[in-house]
Ligand binder design. Structure first.
Ligand SMILES: Cc1cc2nc3c(=O)[nH]c(=O)nc-3n(C[C@H](O)[C@H](O)[C@H](O)COP(=O)(O)OP(=O)(O)OC[C@H]3O[C@@H](n4cnc5c(N)ncnc54)[C@H](O)[C@@H]3O)c2cc1C
Length: 468
């Protein structure tokens, strides 16, 4: 085997976890190869050319201001300017009522108080219940993840409308599952970071380009730093060598490395780690941990019209299957003559997994037209439905016990991916954190590549104990 086949580190997977691990390691001077089995980078955060529609499609991904590692990577690679930032969240009801939550002049944690008090989507009793609930996340969120958010809602006396119009749209949108399958720890994190810590931490960022284009600068930065990134190169086999290195086969070629980072999703990682274990008892132990992970689906509906039909960039829809509407043509600043493009998002879309595309489309169109009557008058030029059955994993109560650290029992073998132990739910930020933690672990200094958390502002400087 030639020297060219040997690397300091081989990273498997060019999703955000793998790319961020490779970028960090190569910047630190390591000789790095990345093998990605697909023909594109980005993993689950990808876009593709739809041949029949002649459009580039992706599933809407959003970030929030507290995604410090993803945003740090965006700045380093020069893609930060392609994020459109919004301070305001708009909630729409089927009766046409509109609530806008946005920061005002009061210091954190009261920065949203004025718009919250004015919110027509909630009655006074709902607001009182929400305020008393939010107060519990003022200092932070539980470190123990055993309680479900469902039980917390009951325990804290949340009203039916407070749940339907506030807790549900936020939690299901952010954690992509129903309350019984989300722990209070991660729901509390969402509310502490997005609603209480600082106005900046809760800002909503939307990529203004299709995802593969949006993330291309990270791959470019890594390759400029010397990373050998190989697409259509699936890892087929790996084993430790007697010399304490790793021997791998990918796309029919043999390679060796001092260290390997498996930056693959939990299903693939499980299969790869199983190939290293001979004994049935060890296999059972390994698999028991992975069985705790539940994949959760997201369905998106893509609509192209001959004109603008929303009059706004995005909105949360209440009391419907559709949870969020993104007017992508407005976010991407399309010229008016090009018509408009909207994406409707259904999180935790278990029922839609069983439904046909026509059924999903017609139900979504009915709901969409109810909120945006202009869509009835406009010409629907084309449409598409995209089901992602394994979009995220659910942060089920007690899951933390099974989220592995980035080190493994095998010397020189590391794991990364949103599913590993990061203290974040299944997100791009979680993926980037895991990649950076794995890169740090390879070099013996776990936190070496981690970005600073956003500091709390206002009164939260004294109140918040989370992540400081
Ligand atoms: C529809 C949808 C909407 C989402 N919305 C949001 C959102 O709004 N905000 C947010 O933060 N997150 C969102 N997410 C979640 C986010 O996309 C993921 O958390 C994140 O991209 C995971 O990155 P990762 O690198 O850990 O894993 P992945 O992206 O799964 O990357 C793993 C990579 O490994 C490769 N691979 C696997 N096996 C092999 C092998 N044997 N050899 C070589 N390569 C291999 C895969 O092809 C893949 O590219 C969404 C996800 C989906 C699907």
């Amino acid at each position: 085997m030639s020297d060219a086949a040997h690397s300091d580190v081989i990273v498997i997977g060019a999703g955000l976890a793998g790319l961020s691990a490779a970028a960090a390691l190569s910047k630190a001077g390591a000789d790095v190869k990345v093998f990605e089995r697909r023909p594109y980078i980005g993993g689950r955060a990808y876009s593709y050319e739809h041949p029949a529609l002649e459009e580039t499609i992706d599933s809407q991904h959003v970030v929030v201001g507290c995604c410090t590692n993803l945003l740090d990577l965006a700045r380093q690679s020069g893609m930060a300017d392609s994020i459109r930032w919004y301070d305001e969240l708009v909630f729409l009801e089927p009766n046409g009522q509109r609530t806008s939550l946005r920061p005002g002049k009061l210091p954190a944690p009261m920065h949203q108080t004025l718009s919250f008090l004015r919110a027509p989507m909630l009655r006074l009793t709902d607001k009182a219940a929400i305020a008393s609930g939010l107060l519990r996340f003022l200092r932070g969120y539980p470190q123990d993840d055993s309680e479900s958010f469902d039980s917390w809602l009951k325990r804290t006396g949340q009203t039916e409308r407070a749940i339907r119009h506030f807790w549900e749209p936020v939690v299901v949108g952010a954690l992509n599952d129903t309350f019984d399958r989300c722990s209070v720890k991660y729901a509390g994190k969402v509310f502490h970071e997005s609603f209480l810590r600082s106005p900046e931490a809760g800002r909503l960022g939307v990529p203004a380009a299709p995802l593969s284009e949006f993330f291309a600068p990270i791959a470019a930065m890594a390759t400029q730093a010397g990373v050998d990134l190989r697409l259509k190169t699936g890892l087929e086999f790996l084993e430790p060598t007697p010399e304490g290195r790793w021997s791998l086969r990918a796309a029919g070629e043999a390679f060796t490395a001092d260290s390997v980072v498996l930056a693959t999703d939990f299903k693939q990682t499980r299969a790869l780690l199983n190939s290293l274990v001979a004994e049935e008892r060890e296999k059972d132990q390994l698999n028991a941990g992975f069985e705790a992970f539940v994949p959760s689906p997201i369905t998106t509906i893509h609509l192209w019209y001959d004109r603008d039909v929303t009059g706004m960039d995005h909105a949360i829809l209440l009391d419907t299957r559709i949870q969020w509407v993104f007017a992508k043509s407005r976010i991407r600043r399309w010229a008016k003559e090009r018509g408009s493009y909207c994406e409707l998002v259904i999180s935790a879309s278990w029922p839609e997994l069983e439904m046909g595309r026509e059924e999903i489309l017609s139900s979504a169109l009915n709901e969409f037209q109810m909120f945006f009557p202009a869509a009835r008058e406009a010409k629907l030029v084309k449409s598409s439905v995209l089901k992602e059955a394994r979009a995220t994993f659910s942060v089920t109560p007690g899951l933390d016990r099974y989220r592995q650290p980035q080190t493994t029992p095998w010397k020189g073998l590391y794991v990364a991916g949103d599913w590993t132990a990061t203290d974040w739910p299944s997100t791009m930020e979680g993926a980037v954190r895991s990649g950076r933690l794995a890169a740090g672990a390879v070099l013996g200094d776990r936190k070496r590549f981690m970005a600073q958390e956003l500091p709390p502002t206002g009164l939260m400087r004294w109140l918040s104990r989370a992540g400081t």
